[in-house]
Design a protein around this ligand. Structure first.
Ligand code: NAG
Ligand code: NAG
Ligand code: NAG
Ligand code: NAG
Ligand code: NAG
Ligand code: NAG
Ligand code: NAG
Ligand code: NAG
Length: 533
């Protein structure tokens, strides 16, 4: 009996942490700055001013208490800002370390955000919901107010455990790795990640941290600024998926950081640059940049399906700061969910936040009142569809996305059986259309999951999307495949959660809705193709 209990405990523990890259591939991540996500009861909701660069009161417990908002939108993982102890001195020219990236002693917890028990309770609650926990780690550097800091408060106390001070020369990779990030107001002393004691201490630390808090994955800050050969052993010791920050928009350069010689994955800055290029209004509206990045990524990245696709984060302006038209957000967002890669949404993106660069892009979430906005609903639908497809039969997740069409105003991308037709014309109606040649047969029935309209494929496999009511994204799924999805009136699958039932996604009988839609479809068939309106 005791042995069986022990075994069960062990399997539960094993299931709860050490998630691999393969397990993360099908996840969808909501990124949080701990200080800015939710307030404790009784706190003043109007006190947070981003320009003041100081703490606003969020913590690990308030995240735990507000996970419904994230899970209801279909996310299956959260990424939280760093948990390690930060700089504790007087205010700096850039304010206080509310963001958590100014590491003092990595091996200690940041008491500002709660206790070890609070963090464990958050982790337990995330896992109870079947979600994963990703924690941001800063290994490259600590923080100091001078270039001759007192080392006694840091995890590494020897001079030899730091690279000597030099400002980074961004045209020289050795300098990027060994010199100090930051500036002369706030220095970020560069830890000597070639030193064998540093290497082994970091490995012991990360292994312990991952086990203590049941962490499923790591987001690695400034990963590009550490000697690449540091990562395989560090992530090996952690035993979990690692996604690195490599602030690099060239596919050629970025691709070198994914693979056995480096990291499982990186944040997809090349795609970010291409999406802003293609969709932001105003902007160059250059959809070829997206086609180009997709083609290059397929060729050069080891595994594009693991890259972290995003439109916003704490280091770039909000989408709403770059682009004034909400349709541009919806179209670009559909691309991040419905092509290759792991979708990541930065908290507040769903609330149309529009702050510019740091610190304005770290708004408190609570003034939004966590409203069920159109953006929130669109991401919920995209998550719901993606989660459903991932648990389906056709191995949607591993089917590489293909570009079907690029025109000056639109592009269409197909992954598995799902065809997304996206445009950059924005909200105003236009007499424009995008013609897509699909591999589907004439009269094949599909549903746009964002509008729930049925579309019949026209002759020669064409789908013609017209924008006489504005530039909405269209995500077409074969209607028969939506059975069990809970989308567009199709019933939710009566899931017993057995492996067998999850694996068999074969469409079952016609639902009442199907029968209802058949007459609607007949009308559409007579039109050949359907005008979007
Ligand atoms: C690159 O940076 C490193 C580290 O600062 C320095 O030693 C080296 O001389 C630099 N190389 C060039 C070509 O400037
Ligand atoms: C659009 O992007 C493509 C591919 O990156 C590039 O070759 C082209 O010059 C860009 N066009 C404009 C007008 O910027
Ligand atoms: C962009 O951000 C800056 C700084 O937060 C702000 O002053 C500006 O109004 C924002 N622009 C838009 C379009 O939201
Ligand atoms: C948001 O609103 C939509 C449309 O009314 C509704 O279907 C959905 O359940 C709502 N979501 C939440 C979390 O309230
Ligand atoms: C797919 O189904 C499995 C088994 O029920 C579940 O653990 C997993 O969370 C599901 N994945 C998604 C992305 O919904
Ligand atoms: C589109 O074309 C029709 C017919 O030529 C015209 O009546 C209508 O005003 C046009 N709409 C726009 C938004 O240009
Ligand atoms: C039929 O579709 C193909 C692409 O699948 C396209 O090249 C061809 O021009 C189309 N023919 C007609 C008559 O539209
Ligand atoms: C789901 O299936 C179970 C077992 O087959 C059955 O008892 C239950 O009534 C079903 N629920 C619904 C809503 O159909």
């Amino acid at each position: 009996m005791a042995l069986i209990q022990l075994f069960l405990l062990f399997s539960v523990a094993r299931a709860a942490f050490a998630a691999t890259a393969e397990e993360w591939r099908g996840r969808s991540i909501y990124q949080i700055i701990v200080d800015r996500f939710a307030l404790p009861d009784g706190a003043d909701p109007n006190a947070c001013d981003t320009s003041k660069q100081t703490w606003c009161g969020g913590n690990w417990k308030t995240i735990k208490d507000n996970l419904d908002y994230i899970q209801d939108a279909g996310f299956t993982a959260i990424w939280i800002s760093p948990i390690s102890q930060n700089y504790q001195g007087e205010r700096t020219p850039y304010g206080d370390p509310y963001h958590g990236y100014w590491i003092q002693d990595a091996s200690k917890l940041n008491e500002k955000f709660g206790t070890a028990d609070d963090l464990k309770a958050l982790s337990d609650e995330v896992h109870r919901r079947g979600m994963y926990l990703m924690v941001d780690v800063v290994v490259n550097n600590v923080m100091a107010l001078s270039n001759t800091p007192d080392l006694s408060k840091f995890l590494f106390k020897e001079q030899s455990q730091y690279h000597p001070y030099c400002p980074v020369d961004y045209s020289n990779i050795t300098s990027e790795q060994n010199c100090w990030l930051g500036d002369t107001n706030v220095y970020l002393p560069d830890v000597n990640t070639q030193d064998s004691t540093v290497v082994s201490t970091y490995q012991d630390w990360v292994k312990n941290m991952v086990q203590t808090y049941n962490i499923d994955g790591l987001r690695i800050d400034a990963a590009k600024h550490v000697n690449t050969d540091f990562w395989p052993k560090f992530c090996g010791a952690a035993g979990v998926f690692c996604i690195g920050e490599v602030y690099e928009t060239s596919v050629d350069n970025a691709a070198q950081y994914q693979g056995e010689q480096a990291l499982d994955s990186i944040l997809n800055y090349p795609l970010y640059a291409a999406l802003t290029n293609g969709f932001a209004i105003p902007g160059p509206l250059n959809l070829s940049a997206i086609a180009d990045t997709m083609a290059q990524s397929k060729q050069k990245f080891k595994d594009p399906g693991l890259l972290g696709n995003f439109l916003e984060n704490q280091d770039v302006p909000r989408w709403g700061n770059l682009s004034v038209d909400p349709q541009s957000l919806y179209n670009a967002m559909a691309f991040t969910f419905m092509s290759d890669g792991i979708p990541i949404v930065y908290y507040g993106q769903e609330q149309y936040f529009s702050g510019g660069n740091d610190p304005y892009n770290r708004e408190p979430l609570w003034p939004s009142k966590y409203q069920n906005t159109t953006a929130y609903q669109i991401m919920s639908t995209l998550n719901k569809l993606r989660n459903f497809l991932i648990n389906g039969t056709d191995d949607w997740l591993h089917s590489p996305a293909q570009l079907l069409t690029t025109t000056p105003h639109g592009l269409s991308v197909m992954k598995g059986n799902v065809i997304s037709i996206l445009t950059n014309i924005g909200s105003p109606p236009a007499n424009l259309s995008v013609a897509v040649y699909t591999p589907f047969e004439n009269n094949f029935a599909t549903t746009d999951v964002l509008s729930c309209r049925q579309w019949a494929v026209g002759s020669n496999g064409t789908v013609d999307v017209e924008y006489t009511r504005g530039g909405q994204p269209v995500v077409l799924v074969p209607s028969s495949q939506l059975e069990g999805s809970g989308l567009c009136g199709y019933a939710v699958k009566n899931s017993t959660k057995s492996a067998a039932s999850m694996a068999s996604g074969a469409p079952s009988g016609l639902s009442r809705y199907d029968a209802m839609m058949t007459s609607a479809l007949l009308i559409l068939l007579t039109l050949g193709s359907f005008v979007f309106n």
